[in-house]
Design a protein around this ligand. Structure first.
Ligand code: OAD
Length: 232
């Protein structure tokens, strides 16, 4: 631990589960009643725009009813107090990391609180509904969609993520099933460079055996304990 200076933390839906946001693949998961392919693809948006917009409008509105939990708060503490490099890469589209105070943060799958204009490409901070077809603040056309990376689209900031993975001494994965690439491949990427790896999850993920260490339990307990260790 003493030799660790640069850290990359990957988070998934499991870190927000104890805040009351359903995970994607667990029982009662977010996709219940909807196949992922019906919602989270450019084709679905083209076929049934109202369904996709309503789905994400509900998810965006739900953010008003939840708050960061001790796992988000612990990562925000690490962000404040860690004097080496840190990059928190989240697959989550909620805003709980930033509400806890994390700043060295990147949303690789986009964010509910952002709208993307299909006409001009501008990304705009957005907290309201999109289903009623509001005009884009940039070009005025009513072609705003959720700024979410759909299946088949390229996640955001991959160059920055791979550069941080190359430089890090420790890669930590929290609350993700390891089912969705490219994030699921990060552990293999860093293993080939001999970097230390740690997983914290409720249950072993798909790539669990690839990690040097796997800690099983709720993120709200495991993450604060790990951050305390790192800062001592
Ligand atoms: P998943 O729903 O696939 O996995 C959530 C993981 O969190 C599971 O392995 C659970 O065991 C674990 N988990 C649940 N509760 C937990 C807790 N309290 N503490 C710790 N771990 C817990 O979610 P992701 O892996 O994030 O993409 O899914 C990846 C991507 O698939 C998402 O970003 C989303 C989806 O399609 C987009 O929306 C583009």
């Amino acid at each position: 631990m003493a030799s660790i200076r640069n850290i990359v933390v990957l988070t998934g839906a499991g870190i927000s589960a104890e805040s009351g946001l359903a995970t994607f693949r667990g029982p009662g998961g977010l996709w219940e009643g909807h196949r992922v392919e019906d919602i989270c693809t450019p084709e679905a948006l083209a076929r049934d725009r109202a369904l996709v917009q309503n789905f994400y409008d509900l998810r965006r509105a739900a953010l008003r009813t939840v708050a960061p939990n001790p796992a988000h708060e612990a990562l925000a503490r690490l962000d404040r107090e860690w004097d080496g490099e840190l990059l928190i890469v989240t697959q989550n589209v909620d805003d709980l990391h930033e509400r806890a105070g994390a700043t060295r943060l990147l949303h690789m799958h986009g964010a509910l609180h952002s709208a993307l204009c299909e006409a001009c490409g501008e990304r705009t901070a957005w907290t309201e509904a999109l289903s009623d077809g509001p005009p884009c603040p940039g070009c005025g056309r009513a072609w705003l969609r959720p700024d979410i990376v759909f299946f088949g689209e390229m996640p955001y900031e991959m160059e920055r993520i791979y550069a941080a993975l190359q430089r890090c001494d420790l890669f930590v994965s929290i609350g993700t099933s390891g089912a969705v690439y490219p994030a699921a491949g990060f552990v293999q990427e860093v293993r080939s460079n001999g970097i230390q790896t740690l997983e914290m999850n409720l249950e072993p993920s798909a790539g669990s055996t690839l990690f040097d260490e796997s800690r099983l339990g709720p993120a709200s307990i495991l993450v604060p304990a790990w951050v305390e260790e790192m800062l001592q």
